[in-house]
Design a protein around this ligand. Structure first.
Ligand SMILES: NC(=O)c1ccc[n+]([C@@H]2O[C@H](COP(=O)([O-])OP(=O)(O)OC[C@H]3O[C@@H](n4cnc5c(N)ncnc54)[C@H](OP(=O)(O)O)[C@@H]3O)[C@@H](O)[C@H]2O)c1
Length: 286
């Protein structure tokens, strides 16, 4: 009988992480679903129960900004003799706010989770992946890791960092049998837009030089149409993990594909004018 494949996912309490955990379990993977707050496990448990796969999912505590906890989880996996077919670095949040309003502490907090967290979790599992000589590492980046939007400089910067780091890591690990892949979704319906959406305090301050622009920007977001179902991304990640030779990048969502195509094809000044206009920050002036 073929050995059971094992995946570890960060940020599995909601969104892409939760859906990927259930999707992989349905495809007969064993899933180590990690989350920073175990009191939030119920949503994953009921989704897994409804899909009849609760027995294939083990929930573990992991805050990707906690280096001791990361080392502990990696040691537990190794001590239990579990193989590691896949690591999905999914945990993240979006810090919105104009660059001059975001404080240094806020910018660092964004990087601590989205970039340093993902890098630390990856490095903690690299010894095991090297010993095995196989494994996939999926980095959940964003279209914002390829093309920046106004009002999202902190988030974009953290994902650009992830992109560069992962591209280099992929080349370093290529001859060792370990695959590194970047997943780049556009906007999908998850908690990143609601519960986990964060706006810098300075941007909320009515004395901010950007106050009027933020109001226009927020109205644009509120008026945006409903986002597509995040299951598309979970299915995509599962397919990547089952592909022995995946590409470096996978883009999901019409909005992301369109933005990247326009960036590639349009003269840069036309593209930039469109981005500003689309964001609504300058009213009709953009
Ligand atoms: N949805 C989109 O439109 C979109 C587009 C492009 C990229 N992405 C990326 O997709 C990934 C998943 O986000 P999502 O859209 O699925 O949003 P989500 O529903 O808000 O899920 C984010 C997950 O990350 C977890 N998390 C946040 N900080 C953490 C930390 N320090 N340690 C461990 N877990 C932490 C959250 O845990 P809690 O439940 O404890 O908050 C939650 O489980 C993120 O990296 C995001 O940047 C999302």
């Amino acid at each position: 009988m073929a050995q059971e494949r094992v995946a570890l996912i960060t940020g599995a309490s909601s969104g892409f992480g939760l859906l990927t955990a259930v999707t992989l379990a349905r495809r007969e993977w064993r899933v180590l679903a990690t989350m920073r707050d175990l009191t939030r496990r119920e949503r994953l448990e009921s989704a897994a129960r409804a899909a009849g796969v609760l027995g294939r999912i083990e929930i573990l505590a992991l805050d990707v900004t906690d280096l001791e906890q990361i080392a502990g989880v990696a040691a537990t996996v190794a001590a239990r003799g579990l193989r590691m077919d896949a690591l999905v670095n999914n945990a993240g949040f979006a810090m919105a706010g104009f660059a001059d309003d975001v404080t240094d502490a806020e910018l660092r907090r964004q990087f601590d989770t989205n970039f340093f967290g993902a890098a630390a979790v990856t490095r903690a599992f690299l010894p095991q992946l090297r010993r095995q000589g196989f494994g996939h590492i999926v980095m959940v980046s964003s279209v914002s890791g390829r093309s920046a939007f106004p009002g999202m400089s902190s988030y974009s910067a953290s994902k650009f960092a992830m992109e560069g780091w992962s591209e280099s890591l992929r080349l370093e690990l290529k001859s060792l049998g370990i695959q590194v892949v970047l997943v780049e979704p556009g906007a999908f319906e998850t908690d990143i837009w609601t519960r986990n959406g964060t706006l810098s305090e300075g941007t909320l301050d009515p004395r901010s030089p950007n106050a009027a622009r933020v109001e226009r920007w927020k109205k644009g977001i509120e008026g945006a149409k409903k986002q597509p179902d995040a299951q598309v991304v979970a299915d995509g990640i599962a397919a990547i993990l089952e592909d022995p030779k995946p590409r470096l990048r996978y883009v999901y969502g019409r909005d992301a594909k369109m933005a990247l195509m326009m960036r590639r094809l349009l003269p840069s000044d036309v593209f930039e004018r469109l981005m500003v206009k689309y964001s609504g920050i300058d009213g009709n002036a953009g």
